[in-house]
Design a protein around this ligand. Structure first.
Ligand SMILES: *Cc1c(COP(=O)(O)O)cnc(C)c1O
Length: 361
């Protein structure tokens, strides 16, 4: 079997031990003689998985008693609308920091069901940086302030989170959730589709400040109300049990690696290695993102021509590295190096980039 280094932006590479555990447990999980995906979501065996995943997240993020972990479906994309439906009151509005495609989609959905406004934007800079907090035009009456902590397509990332005072802070962390330690208790709501940094597609993690539910809109369809998930511990209907099981395996791996501090050390070393190659070959590789806004999850770069970019992607693929083409909306190249990408994979890519620059520069 050939080894593939998977740089896709999502669904993305998973930790080998999490996959190996699933492989071993599919024929006979916990002595049940069946797999977790065939088992009732009301069984005690499944409950241990469900509670295990919640417990690991609570522990890794040191969540306080007012913060609850929920499992939803519909991807991060459904959260764009659900957030606004639940928390923008009639006649009110929410503030959005516009840092690219995903922020724009979040804002668009807010404007379909309620009202959102742009409090800051880097659109005029081609989204090549995170707008400085000093320039935010915040509405003190906003229902919340929404940020996209990592911009998967543009390769930018918040390196510190804004202080929004008494206005609730909400983040889409789909592409950098758990990449490093952070104070999750500062947030009123965090959401993340699992398929980038913490598991397979099919489950969306929501971390919700329970006391905020007192302000939620009451008149919503059951499945679109956070209150339902909160009151029923995400078991009102059938949860995506296999995806949650895989998330549990990934979280256990994160803990075994040394938790979020270990993730951060690993991720910084990986990102610095790739940005270092670009700095060493400035005439060949260009990172369009401002130095202080660069993402440690999605490293974007341009080569001197589109022809060379196509050649780079093709030769990398032949050498066992897939998923290096930039998003179709921006072109160029992108290496997604989430938590599960081993340092060895990044080293293989870095050496390939150096050689490619020597051969084609
Ligand atoms: C991928 C992505 C989304 C969309 O996620 P889905 O689960 O496909 O709906 C939203 N926000 C960010 C930041 C993403 O990277």
């Amino acid at each position: 079997m050939t080894h593939t280094w998977n740089f896709y932006a999502g669904p993305a590479t998973l930790p080998a031990p999490a996959l190996e555990r699933a492989k071993a447990e599919i024929p006979d999980w916990e002595g049940t003689g069946m797999s977790v995906m065939e088992t009732s979501h009301r069984s005690p065996e499944y409950d241990a998985v469900h509670q295990g995943a919640i417990g690991l997240l609570t522990e890794l993020l040191d969540l306080d008693d007012d913060h609850q972990v929920l499992f939803l479906q519909g991807g991060a994309s459904l959260q764009f609308a659900m957030l606004a439906m639940n928390f923008i009151p009639a006649g009110g509005s929410a503030d959005y920091v516009n840092t690219g495609t995903w922020s724009q989609k979040a804002l668009k959905e807010a404007n379909i069901v309620a009202s959102g406004r742009v409090a800051a934007s880097s659109e005029n800079d081609g989204f090549t940086r995170i707008p400085p907090v000093s320039g935010y035009d915040l509405d003190p009456n906003a229902a919340y302030v929404h940020i996209t902590s990592n911009n998967t397509i543009k390769g930018t990332q918040f390196h510190s989170f804004p202080d929004t005072g008494t206005v609730p802070l909400v983040a889409d962390m789909s592409s950098d959730f758990l990449w490093r330690p952070f104070d999750a208790n500062r947030f009123h709501l965090i959401y993340a589709g699992a398929q980038k940094n913490i598991g397979p597609a099919g489950v969306t993690i929501v971390i919700l400040r329970k006391s905020w539910l007192a302000h939620a809109n009451g008149n919503l369809p059951t499945m679109l109300s956070y209150t339902t998930y909160s009151e029923k511990n995400s078991l009102y209907n059938t949860p995506p049990s296999f995806s949650i099981y895989m998330v549990r395996n990934v979280l256990q791996w994160v803990k075994d690696q040394g938790g979020l501090e270990a993730m951060e050390r690993r991720n910084r070393a990986k990102g610095d290695r790739l940005y270092g190659v670009m700095a060493a070959h400035p005439k060949f590789y260009n990172c369009p993102v401002d130095a202080d806004s660069r993402s440690y999850m999605n490293v974007v770069f341009r080569l001197p021509s589109e022809e060379l970019e196509a050649k780079f992607v093709a030769e990398a693929k032949a050498a066992g590295m897939v998923g290096l083409k930039g998003h179709r909306s921006v072109g160029g190249c992108r290496a997604s190096i989430y938590n599960a990408m081993p340092p060895e994979g990044v080293e293989v890519l870095a050496e390939f980039m150096e050689e490619f620059a020597r051969n084609n520069g």
